[in-house]
Write a protein of this length. Structure first.
Length: 274
């Protein structure tokens, strides 16, 4: 099966990959291994995308090694990487690649609930990336999935008091066991308050109100809120390219939001199928 999958292309193509997260880079590496001429466009100034953010929380710093390896392999294989370049439908029409791989990732969701439009309300990626800074020492994280828990642990280690609100009956239910083990130790060490089956209601005058078993509870003197309630695929460019007549495919979170390792596997096989 592997031998058939990894056959060289009889007729090398001109492939454009949009997005230099790990999904886009993996697709670029395998497509280049197959013999295609590959160019990667990335609107930011570095490759890695959200995988770099995944390396910020405690016990995950080794994640950066994958980005280093992908960068090395693309350089070895002659993949051209254009940073600080936002790819557009007009560029596609001018360059006329044979195929375009859309690996534009996902966008975090914001809850349309009272009080979450203030300057002290952040998305998890804003904090993990360092793009924004918390204003105080009493933080509420809305969302106790793996990203929310990782962000809470990261913030707690900066000697801030953190509370997690999660609607399910447990936290980081989507996280890996080994990662959860270390994260839960940090939550315990830094006395992070965890509220499960807790439904955020509003944030007003420094007070967070949440509902638990049909009763309202309050957390007072809250300085900041971090929202970590999942992401949605970013397919804007994919839809813009539909009218160009150029064959375009989605991969990674841009196709459907899932764990990073599944995105890498998907992009590996996509690269060899081009």
């Amino acid at each position: 099966m592997a031998e058939k999958t990894e056959q060289k292309a009889e007729h090398p193509k001109k492939i454009t990959v949009v997005g230099a997260g790990v999904s886009g880079c993996e697709a670029a590496v395998t497509a280049a291994q197959k013999g295609h001429k590959v160019t990667v466009y990335e609107k930011s100034g570095k490759i890695g995308g959200q995988w770099l953010l995944a390396a910020v929380p405690p016990a995950k710093q080794d994640f950066t090694t994958l980005v280093t390896w992908l960068e090395h392999r693309m350089d070895q294989l002659g993949v051209e990487v254009k940073l600080n370049t936002e790819y557009t439908a007009q560029m596609a029409l001018e360059e006329q690649p044979d195929q375009i791989v859309i690996a534009t990732g996902s966008r975090e969701k914001m809850l349309p609930l009272p009080g979450l439009d203030g300057e002290n309300v952040f998305l998890a990626q804003d904090i993990l990336s360092g793009r924004k800074t918390l204003t105080g020492k009493n933080v509420v994280v809305i969302g106790g999935g793996s990203v929310g828990v990782e962000t809470a642990a990261h913030v707690a280690q900066d000697f801030k008091h953190v509370s997690i609100l999660e609607v399910r009956d447990g936290i980081s239910l989507d996280g890996e066991y080994s990662n959860n083990y270390f994260l839960f130790k940090i939550l315990d060490e830094f006395k992070v308050d965890v509220h499960t089956k807790a439904y955020f209601q509003k944030f007003e005058n420094g007070t967070v109100t949440y509902k638990y078993k049909d009763k309202d509870y309050e957390i007072d003197d809250v300085s900041d809120i971090i929202v970590a309630v999942g992401s949605a695929s970013n397919q804007d460019l994919y839809h813009e390219l539909k009218d160009t007549g150029i064959e375009t495919v989605l991969t990674g979170d841009a196709k459907d939001v899932k764990q990073g390792i599944k995105n890498i596997e998907e992009s590996y096989y996509l690269g060899w199928s081009l």
